[in-house]
Design a protein around this ligand. Structure first.
Ligand code: ATP
Ligand code: MG
Length: 630
């Protein structure tokens, strides 16, 4: 029978009947398993019809996995029950109300924000990325633009920036509404408002959702918390949540781990379970993981540390490397050994703090012919800023080729030179009439006003100047960035970033580092194209691919692998220099380490961070395997 696969406490939790329930426990203790089994039991025993069940997970990937597991246990009922993210649930509620609704994200969303900034004349005062981040945070806190303006009106002291933000927020909402668009943060805010304003709607969903369950509850934000309270009213609704406040890593995006700690305040009749056996990892890994998190002061005091059921397993390996290349080489040579020992590549993960850190690992894996998947944002060589600069390099290296034509199309107007589509059309026509390359056509076409013609000649001269200097790749990149004003362009046009994950300026630095290993521009370009093609970049599921997984620590939450490399535990990287919350950074480190089942490697390059030192010391009083590659 189903429940035989659970230990006593897990079984008790899975057998929990009606009323609120909290399962609070450390990593690998079976929280997600309990959630799945409870859902399966309710469905199998007919306690709950599939359409009356809502199971919320943190990511789409987790939802897919959960659906699969559930399907294995209950069959087709799994497809009827709602298993998905908070956002997807809210979106489907909103779509029922307004079928014309569409999602805006990525580039288009940024564009709307930029328009809102321009329309309010505030582009110079406010930073695009910062505005996007703040508006998102406000929405997650359920603060509409009306609320925000109203609050400001009542404040005696208000900064110019706050007033400006209020105007941009409003304008952005108007632009979106005009096109029936919603962004991700809207989904929560709008669903909350719909539920609180339309009694019938709320009544319908309350009746329909007889059982609601939430995984990774520690990263619930205010909007999600309030929606849950509406759907499953305290004090005794059927809300079943599992989480671990030590794994809360999204405070910077508005998560409130205290909702987990205070669950019983909201739902006083809640039954609470603490699981304390770790089934995932070897004893060596569990002991390290426990020691690391003990350094945090803000924790729930009564939570037991998890204890292992598995044997000691191999030693945790610590690696010190002089630079990121040495670090990547060492990791990849270990990966080759693991592979030779029969560990499937899909069971091996490399985890890092920010996306840009993937680059040396991608490169080394490709060099050794080991397939890899980069999760999250696109791979390094596919990034806009990287491809822009490479296009300039292409023009310097060989402007008259097909690749040269493509490069002209890509960067003639990057940074903005007022040489848009029409100019390009004219240049293309001129090129084909004269049988010359697009590059040669640029200074000749004589299209547009005097300013444009001048800009076209200057573009050509810029490249010609660079060509004459015959610089090696890294120096050429520096020159391109300097002479085009590319960094200012990024700041001005694109806004820096949506979050610390994708700092574009850092990518430029990384590009220079990558180039510094080459003396010849052509070779460097060929190499870049090679790696770009070999790396599979994946936004969500690459489930069955036989390839090493590369992802950020954030993204790894909830997952597990037989072998894990937590890399870049370097000063300024982990903890990240831009974070002012050391405990959240340590939780992130803890999440990373606790993904490993059997093999765990912790490495740094350059100067180790305090996390690295702590971890080394934590292993059996300093008796750990430290490999120094100096
Ligand atoms: P995290 O906090 O990292 O999300 P979790 O508490 O959700 O971890 P699970 O992912 O549910 O933990 O379980 C960890 C691993 O242990 C899984 O591979 C799961 O199948 C296994 N496991 C859990 N409980 C048991 C059990 N009673 N017997 C055998 N294996 C178990
Ligand atoms: Mg889990």
């Amino acid at each position: 029978m189903l429940l035989e696969n659970l230990n006593e406490t897990q079984r008790a939790a899975a057998l929990h009947g009606e009323g609120p329930c909290l399962v609070l426990a450390g990593p690998g203790s079976g929280k997600t398993r309990v959630l799945t089994y409870r859902a399966a039991r309710l469905l199998n025993e007919g306690k709950c019809a599939p359409e009356n069940l809502l199971l919320v997970t943190f990511t789409k990937k987790a939802a897919e996995e959960m659906k699969e597991r559930l399907h294995a246990l209950v069959g087709d009922a799994a497809n009827i029950a709602f298993v998905g993210t908070f956002h997807s649930f809210c979106y489907s509620v909103l779509r029922d109300l307004n079928p014309r609704l569409d999602v805006v994200e990525g580039y288009k969303k940024k564009k709307l924000f930029r328009e809102a900034l321009a329309a309010t004349g505030l582009s110079d005062l406010l930073d695009l990325a910062e505005v996007m981040r703040k508006v998102g945070l406000l929405k997650n806190e359920l603060v509409t633009w009306e609320d925000y303006s109203e609050n400001l009106r009542r404040e005696k002291e208000k900064s110019e920036t706050e007033l400006a933000l209020a105007r941009v927020y409003r304008k952005y909402e108007e632009l979106k509404a005009a096109e029936n668009l919603v962004d991700f943060d809207d989904m929560l805010l709008m669903a909350y408002r719909a539920f609180s304003e339309e009694e019938n709607l709320l009544r319908y969903w309350r009746n329909r959702l007889r059982f609601v369950m939430v995984d990774e509850y520690q990263d619930t934000n205010r909007a999600q918390f309030e929606i849950l309270k509406l759907l499953v009213p305290p004090p005794d609704g059927n809300l079943f949540v599992v989480g671990d406040e030590d794994q809360s890593v999204y405070k910077f995006r508005g998560a409130h781990p205290e909702y987990t700690l205070d669950f019983e305040k909201t739902y006083p009749s809640a039954e609470v379970f603490a699981l304390d056996v770790n089934y995932r990892s070897t004893a060596n890994i569990v002991s390290l993981v426990n020691a690391v998190i003990e350094k945090n002061r803000f924790r729930r005091a009564d939570k037991p540390a998890v204890r292992p059921v598995n044997g000691a397993g191999p030693d945790v390996v610590f690696v010190r490397a002089k630079d990121e290349i040495a670090e990547a080489e060492e990791a990849v040579s270990e990966i080759e050994k693991l592979k030779a020992d029969g560990i499937p590549l899909g069971e091996i993960a490399v985890l890092y703090r920010t996306n840009v850190q993937a680059r040396p690992f991608e490169e080394e894996l490709v060099a050794k012919g080991i397939p890899c998947v980069v999760y999250g944002s696109c791979g390094f060589w596919d990034r806009k800023e990287v491809r822009d600069i490479l296009a300039y390099l292409q023009l310097v290296h060989d402007p008259d080729s097909a690749a040269g034509d493509e490069a002209v199309e890509r960067v003639i107007n990057v940074p903005t030179r007022y040489l848009g589509r029409k100019f390009l059309d004219a240049a293309r026509l001129h090129a084909s009439n004269r049988k010359i390359s697009l590059y040669r056509a640029v200074p000749e076409v004589g299209f547009g006003n005097r300013k444009q013609q001048k800009a076209a000649r200057e573009f050509f001269e810029l490249i010609e100047g660079l060509r004459r200097r015959k610089l090696p790749p890294a120096a050429l990149i520096r020159a391109v960035i300097g002479e085009t004003g590319y960094e200012d362009y990024l700041r001005r046009e694109e806004g820096l970033t949506e979050d610390a994950d994708s700092d574009r300026l850092e990518h430029l630095e990384e590009l220079k580092r990558a180039a510094s290993r080459f003396d010849n521009v052509g070779e460097f370009l060929a190499h870049a194209e090679n790696v770009r093609k070999a790396v599979l970049s994946k936004n969500e599921n690459g489930a069955d691919l036989d390839a090493v997984r590369l992802m950020t620590l954030h993204r790894a939450k909830g997952l597990e692998f037989r072998a894990v490399f937590v890399v870049g535990v370097t000063q300024g990287k982990l903890p990240h220099h831009r974070s002012d919350d050391e405990e959240e950074e340590r939780r992130l480190f803890f999440v990373g380490l606790s993904r490993a089942k059997e093999y765990l490697y912790v490495s740094h390059f350059g100067k180790p961070s305090e996390f690295w030192e702590e971890a080394v010391k934590a292993v059996r009083g300093g008796d750990s395997t430290v490999r120094s590659l100096d």
